[in-house]
Design a protein around this ligand. Sequence first.
Ligand code: BGC
Length: 332
Amino acid sequence: MSRLSITAYVVGIVCFIVSCSFAVFYGYKVVTHQLPTEEKELNNDRYHFVLIPEELDNDYWRLVEEGARAAAKKYDVLLEYTGPRQANFDDHLKTIEMSAAAKVDGIMTQGLSDEQFSPLINRIVEKGIPVITVDTDAANSKRLAYIGTDNYYSGFLAGKALIADTNGQANVAIITGSFNKNHQRQRVQGFKDAIQSEKGIRIVAIEESQISRVRAFEKAYQILQEHPEVTAFFGTSALDGIGVAEVVEKFNKQKRIYIIGFDLLKETQKYIRKGTIQATVVQEPFEMGYRAVKMMIELREGKKVPSIIHTATRILRKNDLPPYMNNIKGVR
Ligand code: BGC
């Protein structure tokens, strides 16, 4: 055999071995091929639930979502989190309607108003899709359960805290997320009832923020212009107190203004630490999300669940803050 043919022979064998190895390797890959995670989850998941908040990218709602996702992961549920980019009744209702049309196994959402939300919730429940209200109840609807803050009581707590912190002397302005949403109305009502018999406390203005921080800022600014006698603010939704604090820091250097807000987002705690916000009403958004998913599973399994579960609500002031915020569960 010539040298050339020996070389060709060896090269041929090497090529043959290499192609055999590729064939074995890729053959193995095809046989043991894993489906994309999404599909895999769909196959394993027992239920498909949807959580629909009034505003998708609101940090408060992201905490509710975190809780719901933790439970969904633990109990093999496919959880969809969807809703309006910015708070809007029509978009919210449309999303609920579309989820029902997609025949999901359960809908968790707010019962924002009896007029608009209850008829839709009733229709969906009558069709056999369970609905749980979270954070805000439509108590007269056919929703199967509510989990969230006692919104009236939380407003009442805020009123009592304001009385204690101002020694019963204050001209109060309220910035509320909305005049027509159940939770906001109940918080304002609770607050009013708490201060009702206090001679030294007057409500001098009340404005709507549409749960927008920028709007809360604008309204607080406007109030300070029109009502220089204001000495205290109550913000009834998560971004209201933050909007007010920004205005007070920027434009109110002389007078001391008391602020009580809602929730414990990172920015709220920053303002509490600085002393711009004196107190906040803390809710349990993570727990609401987690327990809502658990309750929905129980409903699907035919178990009985309580029709109302109120999660904890408390007042937090600067002294209640631990040195590092990361230590507090459910802060975003
Ligand atoms: C309320 C939520 C609301 C959020 C708005 C919270 O205090 O519980 O329902 O969407 O504020 O920022």
